[in-house]
Every structure is written in structure tokens, then in C-alpha cells.
Design a protein around this ligand. Structure first.
Ligand SMILES: [Zn+2]
Length: 344
């Protein structure tokens, strides 16, 4: 894309002049996409930065509604959103659309967990943490380490915050730094310790800056944990090495994903049969049947049901994606067979 052809060339003239980004980096950014989990305080500021900078596609997910107490620091929301208890994902998409520019925003009002993360993150080059939830962050960490995808952790409470880019093959992952979640109530939260808007802006700015660098294809810095404080006006870098014994990036035991995967499979009482639910979309029975040609035996379609045998197990697949796997009591095995022959 040359500067003459790009309809947004004039809009982005100042940031293209920044040599480390340049026209080529900007063109890459306009073709790049990212998943942003949470669009409240951190997420709203990050979304605004990326849309104003011209990212190509931004996938937003948030399960929450706007409240009055959000307004001091959640930059995409206004009083009317709080009055209407608007869904944050929808209110954010509406505010971002008013900025204009080349970005395609896809908003989902949903809770991100291991069952839908892979689908939401499909095709993106980066995942950004705008959540306030440690459990979700461990799921993001597991998914991104397993997929070899960069993600950027950000946390804020009171006047301070933390930022850590987790890059494939370089530096620590979140579980190298925080191996276990402390019990609820141990860490201060925005409910107990409060939170200031400048601290949110500070953390979000570091996350967005790293995001621009990753998405524009610029060389990356050595990943470091940055601790900052907007009240004291200080930031410091903490050098952390990867932990070779880390359960996630070392042993590649993705327990936060596995727990959710196992919930998809249920052993049926009194029969050697496991019921498996689909990971996300319903399968197309016709396509599944065609793909099984020469692989499975006894493939039979009767209306909304597809039956087939992968010896010794016998499958009954329903149109809603649910399957009964007869001939095993092993949930892991049934899941693996399902994902292999029906689709993950
Ligand atoms: Zn690790």
C-alpha cells in the first residue's frame, strides 16, 4: 500500500513520521488484528489507543454492563450508558465507531473462558489483557503459550500497576512470575484499595505501546515486568528469567485449558459411553461425513444424526454437536477422538 493510495495517509501522517514505525509499520498495523479481553478501565484505554492508531481489526469481549462508578476511568462510557445499564461491549463499539478510521471493531458480550477463547482469538496476532480477573489471565496465558502467540498482561489497583509482555520463546510467562493464584482476599482489589484514572492510563499506555510495536512488526525489546505508580510518578523495570520448571511454558501442562476441556466430556452412568459436547461451533454433519470417508467404518446418516465407527469406539453425532462415544469410559480419550474426527 503506497502513501498515495492509502485513503488514511493524511490521517496517520504524524505517526508515520515516527521513524521506528514508518509507512511500512503503519501499513502492517492497518492489516493487523488483536483480541482485547475486557473493555472497562484498562481495556477501554487500550481500545481507544489502538483504534486511533489505525489497527485493522479489533475483537472486543466483555461480559459486564456500564455502571456510574465506572465513569471516572472507563474512557469509552458516558452517563447515558450507565443510566441504560448498557453492555460494555456494545457501548465500547459505539464509542469507537464514532472515532472513525480504518478499524473494524467486533464486539462480543461474553465471558471469556477456555471454551470460547480459541474461537475469539482466531486469526489475531496478539491478545491484550484488559480484565481484572486472575483466573481469566491464567486461561489467556495457557492459550497463548500453547499457541505461540504474544499477549500483554496488565494489572492496576490504587495508584499502581504492572505490565508484562509474554512473548513466545523469549522471557517468562505469567506463571513463571506468579505460579499460583493467591487465595481470594489476599491481593488488594479495586473494590478494597480503590483505583485512580492516571494509574489506568499509565498501564494501558505501556500495553498499547507494546501492542503497536508487536503489530507493526518492529523488533521487540527484552520482555520485562514493569511496575509503575502514577501517584509517586515512578516506574521501574524488574528483570525476570523464565522458570524452566514453570508448569505452563516449561512442562507445557495447560491446566487452565484442560480443566475446561474435561468439562466437555461426561461419562454416562452404568454404560461404557462418554458424552462429548462441541468446543464451539456446531459441526456440519455433511462435511464431517465426507471427511470420514475411508477413515471410519459404518458411516450412516439418518436425518439429524450421524453414526460411525472408529474401531473399537462407536460414535453417534447429533446436529447440535453433541456426541455419544460408546466403547470407552475414558473421558480424555473420547475428547481426543472427538476433536480428531469431528473437529476441535
Ligand atoms: Zn512460564
Amino acid at each position: 500500500m503506497s502513501a498515495v493510495e492509502d485513503p488514511f495517509a493524511r490521517r496517520f501522517a504524524r505517526q508515520v513520521r515516527f521513524a521506528a514505525l514508518g509507512a511500512e509499520g503503519q501499513a502492517r498495523l492497518q492489516r493487523a488484528s488483536a483480541l482485547l479481553v475486557g473493555c472497562g478501565a484498562l481495556g477501554g484505554s487500550i481500545a481507544q489507543a489502538l483504534v486511533r492508531s489505525g489497527i485493522g481489526r479489533l475483537v472486543l469481549v466483555d461480559r459486564d454492563v456500564v455502571e456510574e462508578s465506572n465513569l471516572p476511568r472507563q474512557v469509552l462510557f458516558e452517563e447515558r450508558h450507565a443510566r441504560e445499564s448498557a453492555l460494555k461491549a456494545e457501548a465500547a463499539a459505539e464509542s469507537l465507531a464514532r472515532i472513525g478510521g480504518p478499524t473494524r471493531v467486533e464486539a462480543h458480550a461474553a465471558h471469556v473462558d477456555a471454551s470460547n477463547l480459541a474461537e475469539l482469538a482466531r486469526g489475531v496476532g496478539l491478545v491484550l489483557d484488559g480484565t481484572d480477573n486472575l483466573e481469566t489471565r491464567y486461561v489467556l496465558n495457557d492459550h497463548c503459550v500453547e499457541a505461540g502467540m504474544p499477549w500483554i498482561y496488565g494489572g492496576v489497583v490504587g495508584s499502581g500497576g504492572l505490565v508484562l509482555p509474554v512473548l513466545p520463546g523469549s522471557g517468562p510467562c505469567l506463571r513463571c512470575v506468579f505460579p499460583e493464584a493467591p487465595p481470594p482476599g489476599v491481593l488488594p482489589t479495586c473494590e478494597t484499595a480503590g483505583v485512580l484514572q492516571p494509574a489506568v492510563a499509565f498501564v494501558a499506555a505501556l500495553q498499547a505501546g507494546l501492542a503497536l510495536r508487536i503489530l507493526s512488526g518492529a523488533p521487540l525489546p527484552t520482555p520485562r515486568l514493569v511496575e509503575l505508580d502514577a501517584w509517586d510518578g515512578r516506574a521501574r523495570e524488574i528483570e525476570l528469567a523464565r522458570d524452566p520448571a514453570c508448569a505452563c511454558c516449561g512442562a507445557r501442562d495447560f491446566s487452565f485449558l484442560r480443566a475446561a476441556r474435561l468439562q466437555r466430556a461426561t461419562r454416562l452412568c452404568g454404560r461404557s459411553t462418554v458424552q462429548v459436547r462441541p468446543a464451539r461451533a456446531r459441526p456440519d454433519l455433511e462435511l464431517v461425513a465426507r471427511a470420514l470417508d475411508g477413515v471410519a467404518s459404518d458411516v450412516r446418516r439418518s436425518g439429524p444424526i450421524l453414526r460411525f465407527v472408529i474401531a473399537p469406539e462407536r460414535f453417534t453425532l447429533f446436529a447440535d454437536g453433541r456426541a455419544l462415544v460408546e466403547g470407552t469410559e475414558d473421558e480424555q480419550r473420547a475428547l481426543a477422538l472427538y476433536d480428531r474426527y469431528v473437529g476441535a
